[in-house]
Design a protein around this ligand. Sequence first.
Ligand code: LLP
Length: 415
Amino acid sequence: MELRAFQYRDRALYCEDVALADIAERAGTPCYVYSSATILEHYRAYDETFGATPHTICYAVKANGNLALLRLLAQAGAGFDIVSGGELFRVLKAGGDPARIVFSGVGKTAAEINDALTAGIFNFNCESEPELALIDALAHRRGIQARVALRVNPDVEADTHHYISTGRLAHKFGVDIGEAEAIYDRARKLENLLIEGVSCHIGSQILDPAPVMEAVDRVLALIDRLRAKGFDIRHADLGGGLGVAYKPEESTPSIADFVTKLKAKAEGRGLRVVLEPGRSIVAAAGALLTKALYRKKTGEKEFVIVDAAMNDLIRPALYDAYHEILPLRLSGSPQIRADIVGPVCETGDFLARDREMAEVMPGDALAVCTAGAYGFVQATTYNARRLSVEVLVEGDKWRVVRQRQTYEDLIRGEE
Ligand code: LLP
């Protein structure tokens, strides 16, 4: 039974054994709060379900790159999926093992590739022929060989928001799976590459695993063909993408069920399976705490104006995403239907629209749930709003793992 990071006890919302009202009071709002136990539980569900099948779980740093979270995962033995030199820097700072880092992304610069070669990462997931050529040239200069996989685009449709679906030929990611063999053949001439993998990732927030399994079948068939041609393919990187339930009534495959399916496909082939999960590890482990400032009614609508905004959590504005919003204290007050909006000067600045919820009074604190993934990392300082504080809970203890920005931080480097 999955542990729920956020639960009511005596009508007060807790994260693990800490009352969120205490954190809101002492750290202030807006404030991101993360449950370390939940993050570890999710990581371990991946790791333990694979069991003896060779595997590397490379947590996708883009979902939440806070150093304290990365350290937690590094200590649990996780690898990391990075997409920039900045993410590499973070992982190394957090004590991540370079030999378990995969580097994904369509636009790696020469400087980023050099940094990754210096660190000695496990593998580059290459997304084009010119990128293969550049990595080959940079490895040659150092007199080393770089381990690479080609990211193929299997041309399957992941049933998710169109901004985060990546596996169709119309998308910018990877190379057409139909052209992959020819590219592998040409890449044989690049002597400074060890061509040892195939990778794919068809999208994020995937609730139906069927398209992923279809993509896996196509990737495995490609690996069979490549091996028949003499390529020493040792690993299949099957990306991330497993979705989470944002609404209480939504159902998602459990991590264990998802991995069991993948494992069944890959087993017996002498392949290491690499996965790059982000959201499914951290989303449900995090909430954004905010405080109600005002209530107001227009002719048509009721608004609750809170102190968190689209700059803190952009998912509702950008993807029309739904996040459950819970009061930190249950009051039994009547239900209202309202838009929960922030102070930013945009009509798109909302955290929820037409939401039925218990009445909220100014001063009441709320938790915007399932905000641990793509929350803080997508925050901006729009409207000169400071990046919020982040807190990590461990049992009955909590600590600030990123301080709220100061106004001085906001202008650092400007003249
Ligand atoms: N690997 C690659 C190559 C990716 O592009 C991504 C996510 C992942 C792994 C991790 O996927 P996950 O397990 O987290 O689904 N900002 C959006 C999500 C963007 C996902 C981008 N790529 C959101 O807030 O929903």
